[in-house]
Design a protein around this ligand. Structure first.
Ligand code: HPA
Length: 278
């Protein structure tokens, strides 16, 4: 099985990868250039979604190219990382959240492969937006990492992700509204990434890392530097979780254990002829 890893803020390289090289994939949305390497016996494709030097802001990321490219490479499961602000007093900076739901407040992004006309009309179920089988594997891996020391490895097994358009941070009034709506964390990238992955029939889960309390909660202004600094302090934890998850994949996860691949049947019907054996 081929695995995709999409790195968010602060995750621009993967030390867990061996024999790394760049591959180029043409897609109808432009070219992507993920790194490919080997980790824990898997062929792993790694894409830093903001570019290698964090030069692409959330609203300019080429989400369709990234997901189409992963599909073209034969990737069956994607683990994404994301920095988030917290609206929930129990989710503290440095904690992991395995998000299980989203509320989409993005405004101006290409959010579907099914654009009508030659691109077809399809409505895909989103009752469980993030792959439950992958999330279970991530939770099991995190429990194993936390068990020996319990040192600084706090994971929340559920969380509602509010996706904003950015690139500005939120106002305290927006955060208050999102909180009333049931949001736990806020970020700028999960939508449409998770949506396109499901449309393409790829299992997808996100490891969210809380980097800050959301606007108006801490009583201090927010800076991107603060987000990057907290991520930098925690990237070893993110890497450890990715590595442990890959180690547990074989026993804990099969693409048949969820309905993600089945959700990709429209994609296959409409675009299948554009892919080779994948
Ligand atoms: N808001 C939006 N995106 C974020 C935040 C935040 O507070 N922290 C990290 N990414």
């Amino acid at each position: 099985m081929k695995i995709g890893i999409i790195g968010g803020s602060g995750v621009y390289n993967l030390e867990v990868l061996a024999k790394v090289e760049e591959v180029r994939v043409e897609t109808p949305y432009g070219m992507i250039r993920p790194l490919v390497g080997e980790a824990e016996g898997y062929e792993v494709f790694f894409l830093p979604r903001h570019g290698g030097e964090h030069s692409v802001p959330p609203h300019r990321i080429n989400y369709p190219a990234n997901i189409w490219g992963m599909r073209a490479l034969g990737v069956e499961a994607i683990i994404a990382t994301a920095a988030v602000g917290s609206l929930n007093p129990e989710m503290r900076p440095g904690d992991f959240v395995l998000i299980d739901q989203f509320i989409d407040f993005t405004k101006n992004r290409r959010h579907t492969f099914f654009d009508g006309g030659e691109y077809g009309v399809a409505h895909v179920d989103f009752t469980e937006p993030y792959c439950p089988a992958l999330r279970k594997t991530l939770a099991a891996a995190a429990a194993e990492l936390a068990a020996p020391t319990d040192a600084g490895f706090t994971l929340h097994e559920k969380g509602v992700y509010v996706c904003t358009e950015g690139p500005r941070f939120e106002t305290p009034a927006e955060i208050k509204a999102y909180s009333l709506l049931g949001g736990d964390v806020v970020g700028m990238t999960s939508c449409p990434e998770v949506v396109l992955a499901r449309e393409a029939g790829i299992c997808y889960a996100t490891i969210a890392m809380v980097t800050n309390l959301a606007a108006g909660i801490a009583g201090e202004i927010l800076t991107h530097e603060e987000v990057l600094e907290v991520m930098a302090r925690n990237t070893s934890k993110v890497r450890a979780l990715l590595q442990k998850t890959l180690q547990k994949l074989e026993e804990a996860y099969t693409p048949e254990a969820c309905d993600c691949r089945k959700a990709g049947r429209y994609f296959k019907e409409i675009f299948g002829h554009m892919f080779g054996k994948n």
